[in-house]
Ligand binder design. Structure first.
Ligand code: ZN
Length: 356
């Protein structure tokens, strides 16, 4: 397939657990829900695709897979599976999962940091308390962290929802709590992220669409960001809509309508497995090809980084094969589209020179 040899920039993923896991611990990480199971599309995919990458027969049983995994040890498993993704640049959201220093030794690729706004704010509040100077402290800490990062990220979808009041001034009457849920505070924090991102050329990533049970999915539709996107158009900010399912068509519309919007279907792809082709087809109905980036959103298990890359290659490769068979696209245009999503679009959006 045309996507087989492409090197990838994974513009949004997380670290992995740096210890061996029992069956319950492993299965829990196979789901966004409270408990996961091998008895799922993702479990089947681990047995079908990750097993051969670790020298086991395809479709090996769950117990045999885990026994072999334990024998190899978490580090060797991670090194093999991460290498097999063909990823040369990883952008790690360190607000959830381990630090860059844990992940870097597991890969030959370049590892850069995405800084999570809520994580910075919560750290500062824990350190200095909720006094009136906390807003200035948060801004200076964010600027310090941003100076070595390649992007910013917000989980306002989790904490309030994507329809938040955008504030340019700190809401000084609001005393922030440890866990930030006040809409005015969050509106100020996202506004700060948007300003800093525009100034430093760092894209601002938004969690949108499905996630774990902490989320109210109806508040995570990226269309709720329409007012925010109107206000940030032309400021120099790039907005990255992450995951998006089941609102990937809505996100594609936003990428179509607003020049500064980019999107991915990371997290979605490993979960929908062989239906990744359909999700990519629906995304590319409206999204300009230059606006779509690759990510795995792998977290916890390197199997998830691996399957994200594998299903993405397969999904896009098959879709382009169909378009080629129907003479909808030339080979040269198909290659340009695939290379764009694989790494060029990320290199254009983020302040890095990606070496490929
Ligand atoms: Zn993520």
């Amino acid at each position: 397939m045309l996507t087989d040899g492409l090197t990838l920039t994974d513009h949004h993923c997380h670290g992995i657990l740096t210890r061996d896991l029992d069956r319950a611990g492993f299965e829990q990480l196979l789901s966004e829900g409270a408990t996961g199971s091998f008895d799922s599309a993702l479990g089947l995919a681990v047995r079908r695709w990750c097993a051969p990458a670790l020298d086991l027969p395809p479709h090996v049983g769950a117990d045999a897979y885990l026994a072999h995994r334990a024998e190899l040890g978490w580090r060797e498993v991670a090194v093999r599976l991460l290498r097999a993704t063909g990823t040369t640049s990883w952008f790690l959201d360190t607000g959830f999962g381990g630090p860059v220093s844990d992940f870097s030794p597991l890969t030959d690729g370049e590892v850069r940091e995405i800084v999570r706004l809520e994580h910075v704010a919560e750290q500062v509040i824990a350190e200095v308390g909720a006094g009136r100077t906390v807003f200035d402290e948060i801004e200076s800490r964010l600027r310090e962290r941003a100076s070595t990062a390649v992007g910013l990220k917000t989980i306002v979808a989790y904490r309030h929802g994507l329809y938040f009041p955008l504030r340019t001034q700190p809401p000084r009457s609001v005393i922030p709590e440890r866990r930030l849920t006040d809409p005015d505070f969050l509106g100020w924090l996202v506004g700060l992220g948007a300003r800093v991102g525009a100034e430093l050329g760092l894209p601002l990533q938004f969690h949108t669409g499905f996630g774990d049970t902490d989320l109210r999915l109806q508040r995570a539709d990226p269309l709720l960001l329409t007012d925010f996107l109107r206000k940030t158009a032309g400021t120099g900010l790039t907005v990255m809509l992450l995951h998006c399912w089941p609102f990937h068509r809505n996100a594609a519309y936003l990428a179509h309508a607003f020049d500064h919007v980019r999107m991915d279907v990371g997290l979605t792809i490993p979960h929908v497995g062989h239906r990744g082709q359909a999700v990519l087809a629906e995304t590319l109905e409206l999204a300009p090809f230059r606006s779509v980036c690759y990510s795995s959103d792998g977290y916890g298990l390197p199997e998830l980084h691996f399957l994200g890359a594998m299903w993405w290659r397969r999904g896009l490769g098959r879709l382009l094969d169909e378009w080629l068979a129907e003479d909808l696209i030339t080979v040269a245009d198909a290659e340009r589209l695939a290379t764009g999503i694989a790494h060029i679009n990320a290199a254009d959006a983020y302040p890095i020179a990606v070496a490929h």
